[in-house]
Design a protein around this ligand. Structure first.
Ligand code: PMP
Length: 356
């Protein structure tokens, strides 16, 4: 039986993506060859890369607006250092919002390149909220934020107003909600949540912000070189890019971000309503910052954990335990998760209430 997969990432992808990518491993485009054994310079794969790059921009509403999309390797973690390498001037400075573990990992890397100002942090509250009311220094080379904090289950609901370039780590909520994406100068996201298998990172860059920081950048870390090579500077992660393309095609067919946002809102409402209604549970994150992708919640009485854990496992649910730094539970409801799976979890929570 297929599980209801609440894993935080790698995570659920559309069933159709699993089926089509499995088929492409056996025989890609009726070529008599597997996608795993063809050249990345072959006509068939170049077409995959071109379509994936174009479709990513189209879905974000950034087509023809001076942006380029790249599919790089190295995970979102490599972008933590590529961003300062490409944007921070020698003796310059960057501004960062410290809203979670991943934001803080990005800050650590930026410090290798220059002055890194943390404009606000919710670390003291174990990152249970997204800091607000901060100001961004007008002389910063850029401002970096994390749109969704995967571990703590918080999400930025408002974008900062600033005149400096804005860089956003959207690893865990890209393509899940409508935003004015033209407000961002760099968006990056590891594939392994809303897009595809681990192994590639989508990086969307407003081209005009590059080449201004005066640094010599090693080739593999230079966004401009990757753009010039049309995301083929070296052998790209062929299979993750192909599976990502299939997910983007699935999303387009569904009606794009506007359509999935409605479904994501309905799923989140269903689960948060139960967390708030059910006397056995409480949410872990500040209500106004709750993430629609990762819902973190706790049992009021930890003695109920063994019976709850048995019940959700018996219902075919997988991947529900929370991250060790929060404890409790984390229900990751990425784009591919059907609302029916959320209903199964809600039913188990209600059954627990009756059972204890
Ligand atoms: N940023 C966020 C918001 C994440 O959730 C993660 C974990 N997937 C990362 C960065 C790190 O990503 P990666 O493992 O691809 O380096």
């Amino acid at each position: 039986m297929k599980k209801h997969n609440y894993s935080a990432g790698p995570c659920i992808l559309p069933q159709e993506v699993f089926e089509k990518s499995a088929q492409a491993i056996l025989d890609f485009n009726n070529s008599g060859l597997s996608i795993l054994e063809i050249s990345h310079r072959s006509k068939d794969f170049v077409a995959v890369m071109d379509e994936a790059r174009a479709l990513a921009l189209e879905l974000l509403g950034l087509e023809g607006k001076g942006y380029q999309a790249l599919f790089l390797a190295g995970g979102a973690s490599l972008e933590f250092l590529m961003v300062p390498y490409n944007l921070m001037k020698e003796n310059g400075k960057a501004a960062y919002l410290d809203s979670g573990t991943w934001a803080s990992a990005a800050i650590k890397e930026a410090k290798y390149f220059g002055e890194t100002v943390v404009v606000a942090s919710s670390k003291e509250q174990n990152y249970n909220n997204v800091p607000k009311g901060y100001s961004i220094p007008a002389d910063a080379d850029y401002f970096h934020c994390t749109s969704n904090n995967t571990i703590f289950g918080t999400q930025m609901k408002e974008l900062p107003t600033t005149n400096v370039p804005v860089v956003c780590d959207m690893s865990s909520d890209i393509f899940s909600r409508q935003l004015d994406f033209t407000k961002f100068d760099i968006i990056y996201a590891g594939a392994q949540k809303n897009m595809g298998p681990a192994g590639t990172t989508l990086v969307v860059i407003k081209e005009e912000i590059l080449g201004k920081n005066g640094r010599e950048i090693p080739s593999m870390l230079d966004y401009a070189k990757h753009i010039k090579a049309e995301s083929m500077y070296n052998t790209p992660p062929v299979f993750p890019v192909y599976a990502s393309l299939l997910t983007l095609q699935w999303l387009k067919k569904l009606g794009g971000i506007a359509a999935i946002e409605k479904i994501n809102n309905a799923k989140a409402e269903l689960l948060y309503n139960e967390i708030d209604r059910n006397p056995l549970f409480k949410g872990a994150a500040a209500v106004e910052d709750r993430s629609n992708m990762n819902a973190t919640f706790l049992l009021n009485n930890p003695e109920h954990a063994p019976i709850f854990d048995t019940m959700w496992k018996e219902a075919g649910i997988s991947g529900l335990p929370g991250h060790r730094s929060v404890g409790g539970y984390r229900a990751s409801m990425y784009n591919a998760m059907p609302i029916e799976s959320v209903q199964v979890l809600v039913d188990v929570m209600q059954a627990l209430e009756k059972a204890v």
